[in-house]
Design a binder for this molecule. Structure first.
Ligand code: BES
Ligand code: ZN
Length: 457
């Protein structure tokens, strides 16, 4: 049977596949930093070369930002579109890395071999699982068992500014029977997962100005308004003592978890104490009375991601600053309208600032939450494929992160999406010392090889 031969080919080729991933990891494709613009193009070109060598009709398409990679291959059978992103997060704080983030290596750890480097898990290692699955099918059978369109974005980590226009301009070329998205994780190291709901995201930056210049806090302290005092007072009121967000109307369109989903999630046996203990924490800090999985998958949040102003350099300076800044983001759930919430948040901040404080806002993107239609036949194919590769059967789970493209595939192309990825909670995505387990890479390739075979059957 050809699937067995394809899987054997994956196993035999694993070292070479790992070598190819390391080549891609060496390219510092940080999308948010203009200094790495040429590297983003270099990563796109590297992928085009790889896909062309595999027989795909591949090209890097320019956008106002970083290029999109689009490739077509295979022939008969159902049409699948595979999505991943080749851009990565910045590496700071660099001094916490144990090695150069862009000089990847295979490391032995107590939990097995890992591929260490920026982008190993998010998302280069994951997107290469699909490319390598295609390679094995090609090598073993001379073709692909399905019609495959590959779509790699280079701006996912910086808010995808070119994505919607690109989808609209290339809708007919990109539309397929189903989109496969590989940018999520396992439920736990033994349990693979298909993500059926994602949270949305709203990003806001606040700048509060007070006196026209920085002031001596001995001369003016006591009489003058301090914008940091004003801003922190507002931000301190974002949650009440039970962790409930205080922006008016914030929960208006938020539904309670259905009893079916609650039962399904309870059955997963999520170990809250371990999840928090692994990152040095001892207890939940979300809305009182909610389960841990609800807090990360189905409840909206407000987080202060950064705050600055005044003197933060070495030593001490008795300054009364003229400005204060913060970055705030909201994870949103089904039903919440990001644009409506942006307006309520801004109005709430304005209302609470005292006289002599001016405020301005910068929009850092807004995307709604997404729900997948698990009725599509690809879900059972993927469930079987993943269950065959990991010790435990695949679970349908939620994801607290945001992958806006999944919703745009539905809203702009009318295409359902299936999200399956193989990351682990301890991969340190977006953090120093990011890694991807070699077992995730290996099983991930095998799982996609099975999915391709299963979809064609
Ligand atoms: N791969 C992540 C999404 C993710 C996060 C999946 C956590 C599973 C667990 C993705 O690259 C990401 O970080 N997305 C951003 C989106 C934002 C920049 C629009 C996020 O969730 O913050
Ligand atoms: Zn990602």
């Amino acid at each position: 049977m050809s699937l067995d031969a394809v899987l054997a080919r994956v196993d035999a080729d694993l070292d070479a596949a790992t070598g190819r991933l390391m080549e891609l990891l060496r390219i510092p494709s940080i999308s948010t930093d203009p200094a790495f613009k040429a590297d983003c193009s270099k990563a796109a070109d590297w992928l085009v070369r790889e896909l062309t060598a595999l027989g795909f009709d591949a090209s890097a398409r320019p956008t106002p930002g970083h290029p999109m990679v689009v490739a077509h291959g295979g022939g008969d059978g159902p049409h699948v579109l595979f999505y991943g992103h080749y851009d990565v997060q910045p590496v700071d704080p660099l001094d916490l890395w144990h090695r150069d983030p862009f000089d990847p290596a295979i490391e032995e750890t107590p939990k097995g071999k890992v591929i260490r480097g920026r982008g190993a898990a998010d998302d280069k290692g994951q997107l290469m699982t699909f490319v390598e699955a295609c390679r094995a099918w090609k090598a073993e059978t001379g073709t692909l068992p399905a019609r495959v369109t590959i779509f790699f974005e280079g701006e996912e980590e910086s808010g995808s500014p070119s994505l919607i226009p690109f989808l609209e301009e290339n809708a007919d070329e990109l539309r397929a029977d189903i989109a496969l998205i590989c940018d999520t994780g396992l439920f736990d190291p033994e349990t693979p997962a298909i993500v059926t709901q994602l949270r949305g995201l709203l990003g806001e930056e606040i700048r509060v100005t007070g006196p026209s210049l920085d002031l001596h806090s001995g001369m003016y302290g006591g009489i003058a308004m301090n914008p940091i005092r004003a801003l922190t007072r507002v931000l301190a009121g974002l949650h009440d003592d039970n962790g409930v967000i205080q922006v008016p109307g914030f929960y208006d369109d938020v539904a309670e978890l259905s009893p079916e989903l609650k039962a399904q999630w309870d059955a997963l046996g999520f170990d809250e104490a371990r999840f928090l203990g692994d990152v040095g924490l001892s207890g939940k800090a979300g809305e009182a009375g909610r389960s841990g999985l609800e807090m990360i998958w189905s409840r909206p949040t407000a987080e202060i991601n950064g705050i600055w102003g005044g003197y933060t350099g070495a030593g001490f300076k008795t300054v009364l600053p003229s400005e204060a800044h913060a970055k705030v983001s909201f994870r949103l759930v089904s039903g919440q309208d990001p644009l409506k919430l942006r307006e309520s948040f801004r109005a709430w901040v304005r209302e609470r600032l005292p006289a002599d404080c001016e405020v301005s806002f910068t929009d850092h993107g807004a995307s709604p939450a997404g729900h997948m239609d698990t009725g599509h036949p690809a879900f059972e194919v993927a469930r079987a494929a993943l269950s065959a590769e990991w010790p435990k059967p695949a679970a349908f789970i939620g994801c607290g992160g945001s992958i806006p493209v999944a919703g745009y595939f539905k809203s702009h192309l009318g295409m359902d999406a299936l999200l399956a990825g193989f990351g682990n909670d301890d991969d340190a995505v977006h953090s120093p010392n990011e890694k991807y387990n070699l077992s995730s890479f290996h099983r991930g390739i095998r799982a996609w090889a099975r999915v391709l075979g299963g979809l064609s059957a």
